[in-house]
Design a binder for this molecule. Structure first.
Ligand code: FES
Length: 71
C-alpha cells in the first residue's frame, strides 16, 4: 500500500464482520449504504432487520435449558 495504512476487517465467529469505518457498502441490489461509525458491524447471517448492518439478531437462539412446552 502506498501512503495508506491497512484497514482492519475482523470476522466474528457466528457474528458480524467488523470493519473500521467510515464505510460505503454496496449490496447485491446496487443500493449504497453508508456509515460514519468508528467500527461498523456488517451482518454476515442475513437475519438483521437493519441488513446490511448487524442488529445482533444473530444472537437469538432457542435456549436448550428451558423446556419448549412452556412448563
Ligand atoms: S451478523 Fe448480527 S444480525 Fe447478522
Amino acid at each position: 500500500m502506498t501512503g495508506q495504512s491497512a484497514r482492519r476487517v475482523t470476522v466474528v465467529p457466528n457474528g458480524p464482520v467488523l470493519v473500521e469505518g467510515p464505510v460505503e457498502l454496496v449490496t447485491d441490489d446496487g443500493v449504497t449504504h453508508t456509515s460514519d461509525r468508528f467500527v461498523v458491524a456488517v451482518c454476515a447471517c442475513r437475519r438483521s432487520k437493519r441488513f446490511p448492518f448487524c442488529d445482533t439478531s444473530h444472537r437469538k437462539r432457542v435456549r436448550d435449558d428451558v423446556p419448549q412446552d412452556g412448563k
